[in-house]
Write a protein that binds this ligand. Structure first.
Ligand code: NI
Length: 167
């Protein structure tokens, strides 16, 4: 049975870690990917990265409605166009941020069996994959906006955190 893992939230330091590549896709990695997918679904997310469950590994899962995609060591090898979408993040639950990203991408990764895969993605899938790859590089949605907005979002997140703790 897969487990729902504990979600790490801003400003947890693990969210700033640039993750190490996975050397071997073994049963342990498959179990983690399973738990990540289970956790993502439990929180109604469309994507989840390893840092969000406290792991320093290049692992992401996404499902924007077309089925689960698990990726090990994902890397964007091609980008095309531009798209701006309001994005949320399970690790920064109080905010949404409008972010400009590539409209279409080609991603290279390993699947859960360790085989090489190439994924061509556009629309919401492309956005979700770019968001999750940002996560395994220690990048959050608040880093994708200008300084003034970033300051505003940071204050909002930290203020909400204090309120939550005191109640
Ligand atoms: Ni996120």
């Amino acid at each position: 049975m897969p487990n729902v893992l504990e979600l790490k939230k801003y400003p947890d330091k693990i969210l700033r870690v640039k993750c190490k590549p996975v050397k071997k896709v073994d049963d342990d990695i498959r179990a983690v990917l399973n738990d990540m997918a289970f956790t993502m679904r439990a929180h109604n997310g469309v994507g989840l990265a390893a840092t969000q469950v406290g792991l320093d590994k290049q692992l992401i899962v996404v499902d924007v409605g077309g089925g689960l995609i698990s990726m090990v060591n994902p890397e964007i090898i091609e980008k095309k166009g531009e798209d701006s979408v309001e994005e949320g993040c399970l690790s920064l639950p109080e905010i949404t941020v409008k972010i400009s990203r590539a409209e279409e991408i080609q991603v290279k990764a390993l699947d859960e069996t360790g085989r090489d895969i190439i994924i061509d993605a556009k629309g919401l899938l492309a956005i979700a994959i770019q968001h999750e790859i940002d996560h395994i590089n220690g990048i959050l949605i608040i880093d994708r906006v200008n300084f003034i907005k970033k300051h505003f979002f940071k204050n909002k997140l930290l203020k909400n955190k204090k309120t939550a703790k005191s109640t």
